[in-house]
Ligand binder design. Structure first.
Ligand code: MV4
Length: 447
């Protein structure tokens, strides 16, 4: 097992990883910027190292400072959390070259999945169903028109270096295609320094359903069911739940087994998420995330498996603690992302939290790094906590969620809590009747 784990992150995820390391009896060191000197992760860690000024690029993204912090403190493993350097293949390679374990997949696995064309080609080879479209990059308009005519309009042009909704253009007919292709290509070149684009059939009303997977790096792979993350605004997830209200047990097993087998065949190591669009009973691969995700607690709630324990075990060579047969799905879980934002405009609302009171009771989990009197720095993303609620079924989970939202107090700043109090009383949400466009339409009506 590791001597000491360095946590290269901040906020609630730094605490989440700290807790797992403590349970495993592994000393921790955190790095932080000058803006985070009084953050909870710094207080709770065994050691801390200030690695730079507030801007992320000078601190949480500064690879040399983080490697130096490992050498100064004797950390032999790094957990990257999510965001920041968690999907940076070069970081994983540099750590490996310094004999420090990156708690995550290999640099090569990160690289393959970071290139969306390569990711889709790999998914297809592994038997994962993909969206009909070009077999790789499209070179010119003639080729784009030929493929669009084959798969039928509408189509979507995506940047190979994009992902998470960046660099996409929809074309509803051949007249649109020329402009969509040119715009997507030039935006991709400017934003990512790579103008490779590909084309897909545009799905009109899908759900976003993702499968949680874990691999041991030696040919064992398991899946831990799905999360439904269809409720998003501007490609930011707002509400996630497991299991999906849209799937039955047979569909779950079928897509889950495909994903587990793919991870095994890849020799993938650690936690990953295989993202799909789901429409009319069909699954269509879009991307794979090679990190722990913000919404991992809903999977932990329904499986009882600590995903960070598993990540640390696998990275240390101890393998997974569970086999697929031992994974059971128990009840239902919902996560609400509490952001320091105006609940209508979603404008960031940094400032001092005058009073912070979290709900409790059976089935309630709050992951947060903030406290009464904490000043939220303006430099980082606005997630200040997550409310995760578990019940024996979706109805019980929703009852508990409504009650927990009533108890939650965050004074001094604006948060997204009022939005969740509205959503929990909405009939479509109560019925699980929503797709990826539902929330944006709801918010447009509310204004
Ligand atoms: C799509 C799509 C429809 N058809 N691909 C957006 C994020 C990126 N990961 C993929 N995205 C989409 N890809 C095809 N072929 C619609 C979206 C999309 C979306 C997907 C998931 C969650 C929210 C979304 C909001 C708008 C568009």
């Amino acid at each position: 097992m590791f001597q000491k784990i360095l946590i290269a992150n901040r906020g609630e995820i730094a605490l989440r990883v700290l807790r797992a390391a403590k349970e495993l009896g592994i000393p921790t060191v955190v790095v932080h910027s000058t803006a985070d000197a009084d953050a909870m992760h710094v207080r709770l860690a065994d050691e801390s190292v200030c690695i730079g000024p507030p801007p992320s690029r000078d601190s949480y993204l500064n690879i040399h400072q983080i490697v130096a912090a490992c050498e100064i403190t004797g950390a032999d493993a790094v957990h990257p959390g999510y965001g920041f350097l968690s999907e940076n293949a070069k970081f994983a390679d540099i750590l490996a070259a310094h004999n420090i374990t990156f708690i995550g997949p290999t640099g090569d696995h990160i690289r393959v999945m970071g290139d969306k064309i390569e990711a889709k080609r790999t998914a297809k080879r592994l038997g994962i169903p993909v969206v009909p479209g070009s077999d790789g990059a499209v070179s010119d308009e003639i080729e784009a028109k030929r493929i669009a005519a084959e798969i039928g309009y509408p189509v979507i042009i995506k940047a190979s270096a994009g992902g998470g909704g960046r660099g996409m253009k929809v074309a509803r007919n051949e007249a649109d295609l020329q402009m969509a292709l040119a715009t997507a290509r030039s935006e991709a070149g400017a934003a990512f320094g790579d103008d490779a684009v590909y084309i897909e059939k545009y799905l009109e009303k899908p759900r976003h359903i993702e499968i949680q997977v874990m691999g041991d790096g030696h040919g064992q792979g398991i899946h831990l069911g799905e999360r439904d993350c269809s409720l998003q605004r501007r490609h930011q997830k707002v509400w996630e739940e497991a299991l999906s209200p849209a799937l039955n047990a047979e569909e779950r097993k079928r897509i889950g087994d495909v994903c587990a087998n793919a991870v095994a065949e890849l020799g993938y190591s650690g936690a990953g998420t295989i993202e799909f669009l789901y429409e009319d009973g069909g699954f269509y691969f879009i991307e794979m995330n090679t990190r722990l995700q913000v919404e991992h607690p809903v999977t932990e709630a329904i499986t009882g498996i600590d995903l960070v324990h598993e990540q640390i075990r696998v990275a240390s060579g101890a393998g997974l603690s569970v086999t697929q047969d031992e994974v059971r799905f128990d009840g239902h879980a919902i996560e609400c992302r509490i952001n320091a934002e105006d609940p209508r405009t979603f404008a960031p609302s940094p400032g001092t939290i005058s009073h912070f009171h979290t709900p409790g009771g059976l089935g309630i989990r709050v992951d947060s790094g903030v406290y009464s009197g904490y000043r939220i720095p303006p430099y980082y993303d606005s997630l200040i906590g997550k409310l995760i609620v578990h019940g024996r079924n979706r109805v019980e989970c929703m009852m508990r969620l409504r009650r927990a939202l009533d108890e939650f107090v965050v004074d001094g700043i604006q948060t997204t809590l009022p939005l969740f109090r509205d959503l929990v009383g909405n009939a479509d949400i109560a019925n699980g009747n929503y797709d990826i466009h539902w929330l944006e339409k709801y918010l447009a009506k509310e204004q």
